[in-house]
Write a protein that binds this ligand. Structure first.
Ligand SMILES: Cc1cc2nc3c(=O)[nH]c(=O)nc-3n(C[C@H](O)[C@H](O)[C@H](O)COP(=O)(O)OP(=O)(O)OC[C@H]3O[C@@H](n4cnc5c(N)ncnc54)[C@H](O)[C@@H]3O)c2cc1C
Length: 404
């Protein structure tokens, strides 16, 4: 594909994180009916944050039809950002300025909460605080980004506009403008999810896998989950954390599943020093984004396509990664990018760029979290807070933002 990499060497279709150490999570076979306070369907990063949040004061069962972490969590490039796919100014046009402010503030505090949890729990997932550089592109040019940076700064967010001369001098990047923001991070998403699940297990949660949930039947006192194991799971509350595999019978208004691609270079790739502390993304459609991993790999992604199945096409995987490599070389010509891993995955979009988190219509005891966009992991944190409160019978001040 590129440079000296041969097809034999290249780990095609395999996510970088599949080879991470420390992914072991103890899972059990469901050999009899069980009864718990909360059943969480999905053992990805969303189910992991949810289990971590709820296992402290509830009995929790996490159920997954695959081994834990094998959904989109393993594909994630894990840029942990508070900046939403839709700029603040554009989001305000869709949901109003007051709500857009709340959505941005909530994302900002969720990234802080994520960092706090990782530190408090001592989860080894390569979490690193980073700045984010949002480059002008074909969707939002330099004027739009300048207005965006002002709107963010006016509400106290740590974003500032950089003109082309500044960008060139500080980063050697040729673009008409950019926004530089503080407060983001990156991590290994699989180790993060595994660490959270292990802490939840220490607090009494149990992970059951492989167990497919076929149907949720509600009655006034709770929910019975029918499973392919032939044994039912009885729960007072159920939370579907199924990523982009929307559960049957759960309405998903405005949600669309699309495909996206990613790749990682060999370890210890020589890159400009500033890139070690930076997430880079661009205001283009389709877009390019990149960041470095802890072992000096450059992780690059983007080229999203409005198809739920394109990510399964091996020929497209090669073509998309050639395009990403080409775009990367144009942006950072000095980087000698030698591809090691290339992979693809499903991804979700919603009409507002905000996810859906909350009770399933017509059901009192069932919640669903889904429709996450590019900063899906930030929304996994928010989902655990919003649903955590709902399960305890409390209201979340921003719950309305995430209901369609
Ligand atoms: C290539 C790529 C790059 C990304 N980059 C970023 C990024 O940089 N930053 C970011 O924040 N987000 C990113 N995302 C998005 C982020 O990865 C997702 O938001 C996140 O992985 C969703 O996690 P989840 O736990 O909700 O879903 P998943 O990890 O998909 O887990 C859902 C689980 O539910 C299980 N399941 C589904 N249905 C059933 C059923 N009926 N019974 C039992 N089990 C079931 C599945 O087996 C699966 O394990 C990216 C996504 C992709 C694909």
């Amino acid at each position: 594909m590129t440079g000296a990499t041969t097809k034999r060497d290249l780990r095609t279709g395999r996510s970088l994180w599949a080879d991470s150490p420390g992914l072991g999570v103890r899972a059990r076979s469901l050999t009899e009916a069980i009864s718990v306070d909360v059943a969480i369907v999905g053992a990805g990063i969303s189910g992991a944050f949810m289990a971590h949040e709820l296992a402290r004061d509830h009995s929790v069962a996490v159920l997954d039809r695959r081994p834990p972490l094998m959904g989109s969590t393993l594909a994630s490039t894990a840029l942990l950002q508070w900046e939403i796919d839709l700029p603040l100014t554009a989001l305000a046009g869709r949901i109003g300025m007051a709500k857009a402010h709340r959505a941005y503030r909530r994302s900002r505090s969720a990234v802080d909460a994520l960092k706090r949890i990782v530190a408090q729990e001592g989860i080894r997932c390569g979490l690193k605080p980073k700045q984010a550089l949002y480059l002008a592109g074909d969707e939002y040019g330099h004027r739009a980004l300048e207005a965006e940076a002002e709107a963010r700064a006016a509400m106290g967010l740590e974003s500032r506009y950089l003109g082309p001369a500044d960008l060139r001098a500080r980063f050697g990047v040729e673009r008409t403008g950019a926004i530089l923001s503080d407060g983001s991070a990156s991590a290994d998403p699989a180790r993060l999810a595994a660490g959270l699940l292990r802490r939840a297990i220490e607090n009494g949660a149990r992970v059951w896998s492989p167990v497919e949930v076929l149907e949720a039947v509600e009655d006034p006192d709770g929910v019975t989950l029918l499973t392919d194991a032939g044994h039912a799971v009885r729960a007072k509350k159920v939370v579907f954390c199924c990523g982009y595999e929307f559960p049957k019978g759960v309405p998903t208004p405005g949600a669309e599943v699309i495909s996206t691609w990613a790749m990682a270079s060999k370890a210890r790739t020589r890159c400009p020093a500033w890139l070690r502390d930076m997430l880079v993304w661009e205001a283009s459609d389709p877009y390019l984004y990149l960041r470095m991993g802890g072992d000096g790999r450059l992780i690059v992604g983007g080229e999203d396509e409005a198809s739920a199945t394109a990510h399964e096409d091996p020929a497209k995987l090669v073509r998309k990664c050639e395009t990403l490599t080409h775009k990367l070389r144009r942006l950072l010509p000095e980087v000698d990018f030698e591809v090691d891993y290339v992979w693809a995955g499903a991804f979700g979009e919603s009409a507002t760029g905000l996810p859906q988190i909350g009770p399933v219509e017509g059901m009192n005891h069932v919640h669903a979290v889904m429709g996450f966009g590019g900063n899906g992991i930030t929304y996994s944190v928010i989902a655990s807070q919003v649903v955590g409160r709902a399960v305890r019978g409390e209201a979340d001040p921003d719950g309305d933002l995430y209901r369609a």
